[in-house]
Write a protein that binds this ligand. Structure first.
Ligand code: PLP
Length: 393
């Protein structure tokens, strides 16, 4: 049985990905301030924490509802992670944070799924309590609020470029308030540059997006396999990774990648992409899924509306029974993700019952720009079938 999803969970390269129109492009975290491109969002968190002086004896406040990838950067800096609560709608619980300020220097806030937190209020809270603010824009590469691009309220912001662009690796650190000029980054070498290029091509290729290019690509992909094997033999085993494991859905932080620049290919794709199309297609796909869900029982959009200024990362739905629905959708080979599960060890319902419930009952479907209309149709058919078959209806 083929268990691979029928289509990609994350954007893949396609012919239409690289047409940047002259029309104005939507606002993104890149417009929030100074920018440096690294290989992942978690590496960007390390740089931001270091710049804010997080280290032994300091506390970094992290949301209990999280990607486990945000914790290792805090520990790597020698700081202590303290987890704060979120509300049922994923907004940060400032009352809870107010009780956890002892030793705290940094507050990390995540814009879950692309929906923005109330940043004017959070900024005011941080100023009142002498906290530095790190905006986690891993889910919100695009967006604006109160006339400012996403990421502009934080002392620093980070983003995970690979969640929004058809690239194999990439994250960025941004600051509206500080220079990033003395952050030293190095190229990671030719093997990495090639891997980044070929992995992105191969991914587009695997999902049938690159049509006639496939034939042209067959040779470089064979060459790639040859080079990989040679490289592995030369360096021996697991330590020889040409790219960080952050590109393969691990939660680890690999120190050797901290000071590495994103590949030229990733930066080029980001510069050439029509970000207008990315935002328009993501919002359009999201809205189609939301309108279908409105007619069904057993699941509803986590958010009742899609506000202006939001570009969704995925389409999060709140389900009566997350496990049962996920099993049905996966059986139909629909790609999905369940954010916040698993959480960092020790973070559970006693830390924050809302986070635990969100981790259990939110299922997120893809709405990215590289989904074909026929693929969105297939998601909708599977969703209807999965929800209409439910026993409890
Ligand atoms: C993915 C993610 C990160 C880390 O980004 P990487 O690019 O995978 O390192 C940080 N925060 C959140 C909320 C994420 O989902």
């Amino acid at each position: 049985m083929d268990v691979r999803p029928r289509f990609p969970l994350a954007p893949v390269l396609s012919g239409s990905a690289l047409w940047r129109a002259r029309a104005p492009q939507p606002r993104s975290v890149l417009q929030a301030g100074a920018v440096r491109h690294v290989t992942s969002g978690r590496v960007a968190i390390v740089h931001a924490l270091r710049a804010m002086g997080a280290g032994p004896g300091t506390v970094v406040l992290l949301p209990a509802y999280h990607s486990a990838a945000i914790v290792p950067p805090v520990l790597w800096c020698g700081a202590t992670a303290v987890f704060y609560k979120v509300r049922p709608d994923t907004s940060v619980d400032l009352d809870d944070i107010a009780g956890k300020l002892a030793g705290a220097t940094v507050l990390l806030v995540t814009h879950y799924f692309g929906f923005l937190q109330d940043m004017p209020a959070i900024r005011a809270f941080c100023d009142a309590h002498s906290l530095l603010l790190l905006e986690d824009c891993a889910h919100s590469f695009f967006g604006e609020q109160a006339g400012r691009p996403v990421g502009a309220f934080g002392d620093y912001a980070i983003a995970s470029s690979m969640k929004f662009f058809p690239i194999y690796e990439g994250g960025c650190i941004v600051s509206a308030r500080h220079s990033l000029a003395n952050l030293t980054l190095h190229g990671a070498g030719m093997g990495f540059e090639l891997k980044s290029l070929l992995a992105a091509l191969e991914n587009g290729f695997a999902y049938g997006r690159l049509g006639p290019l496939s034939a042209v690509l067959a040779l470089p992909l064979r060459l790639r396999n040859y080079l990989w094997n040679k490289h592995k033999r030369a360096r021996g085993g697991a330590s020889a990774a040409l790219a960080p494991s952050s590109s393969d859905s691990s939660f680890q932080l690999e120190p050797v990648w901290i000071d590495k620049r994103a590949s030229l290919f990733s930066r080029l794709v980001m510069a050439l992409s029509s970000t207008r199309r990315i935002v328009a297609r993501r919002r359009g796909n999201y809205q189609r899924l939301a309108s279908v869900l409105a007619e069904l029982r057993g699941a509803r959009p986590l958010h009742a509306t899609l506000p202006d200024g939001v570009c969704p990362w995925v389409f999060p739905m709140l389900c009566d029974d997350g496990d049962a629905l996920a099993a049905r959708l996966l059986a139909a080979r629909i790609p999905l993700l369940r954010f916040g599960a698993p959480a960092w060890p020790g973070v559970d319902a006693t830390t924050c019952s809302n986070s635990a419930a969100l981790g259990r009952n939110v299922i997120a479907l893809p709405c990215h720009q590289a989904l074909l209309d026929s693929e969105l149709d297939a998601i909708i058919v599977a969703l209807r079938e999965a929800l209409q078959d439910r026993d409890f209806q």
